[in-house]
Design a binder for this molecule. Structure first.
Ligand code: DC
Length: 233
């Protein structure tokens, strides 16, 4: 894909932050946007998923705040994007598929709600973002991790559309589910992520909302490129 002719060096921090609920389209959009801009892609949700997977594999309970915080502080989480796949590694071991299982999905909101876990993860994310040239996405990248991002976007879509997208992802992993079950699971995660005490999912005052319900991924990326052009005017 050719890079758009944008003078990105004019951006102050060279950080684009995208937040939104599960299934809003932010992950694919952020990854493709990063590829188009020649930026790196930071999937902050994958970091919380990696911690959750690691904790479950070591028998650490999703409710054990202090053990989880210690794990979060000492784990090495790395990303490598290759041929449009964002590979994830914990302490050198590849966990790209393992962090997407329904078991990890069921526990990640609880793990990511602990204050100490968030502090450790946010510190890692800020460190990764220091060098700039990054598209970050998650639940608090526009509000807590990168409050000085050059462009902040909040992506949303109807719950039905988000559940349908999640069903397609699960089908790719050979897992079948019903629309009703997915809508209930997404609703449960929305409530948990938006209702938690520390860094809940909220819209930053200066973020621009995109409703992706009837948009294709290409349209979503193009829309953000248009917003970026406005920032660069
Ligand atoms: O984006 P995702 O669905 O892969 O994220 C998994 C979970 O991680 C999500 O339910 C909440 C949590 N998360 C978070 O608390 N803060 C972030 N910045 C990103 C994700």
């Amino acid at each position: 894909m050719s890079k758009p002719r944008l003078n990105l060096s004019r951006l102050k921090n060279r950080v684009i932050a995208i937040d939104g609920p599960a299934g809003s389209g932010k992950s694919t959009t952020a990854r493709l946007l990063a590829a188009r801009l020649g930026y790196s892609y930071l999937d902050t949700g994958a970091m919380y998923r990696a911690l959750t997977h690691f904790a479950l594999s070591k028998g650490v309970s999703p409710g054990d705040a202090s053990k989880l915080q210690a794990l979060a502080e000492h784990l090495t989480i790395e990303f490598k994007t290759e041929q449009s796949v964002n590979h994830v590694f914990i302490n050198g071991e590849e966990v790209t598929d393992a962090i997407r299982t329904p078991e990890v999905t069921a526990h990640v909101s609880e793990v990511s709600a602990h204050k100490g876990v968030r502090q450790a993860m946010v510190a890692k994310q800020k460190e990764i973002g220091k060098k700039g040239a990054i598209v970050a996405e998650g639940r608090d990248t526009t509000t807590v991790v990168f409050p000085d991002a050059d462009l902040k976007v909040y992506m949303d879509a109807s719950i039905k559309q988000r559940a349908q997208r999640r069903m397609i992802d699960l089908a790719r992993m050979g897992l079948s589910t019903t629309l009703e079950a997915q809508m209930a699971e997404i609703k449960r995660r929305d409530d948990f992520d938006s209702g938690r005490k520390h860094s809940p999912l909220t819209r930053a005052k200066d973020s621009i909302t995109i409703d992706t319900t009837s948009m294709t991924i290409e349209e979503q990326v193009d829309r953000i490129i248009t917003l970026l052009k406005d920032v660069l005017k």
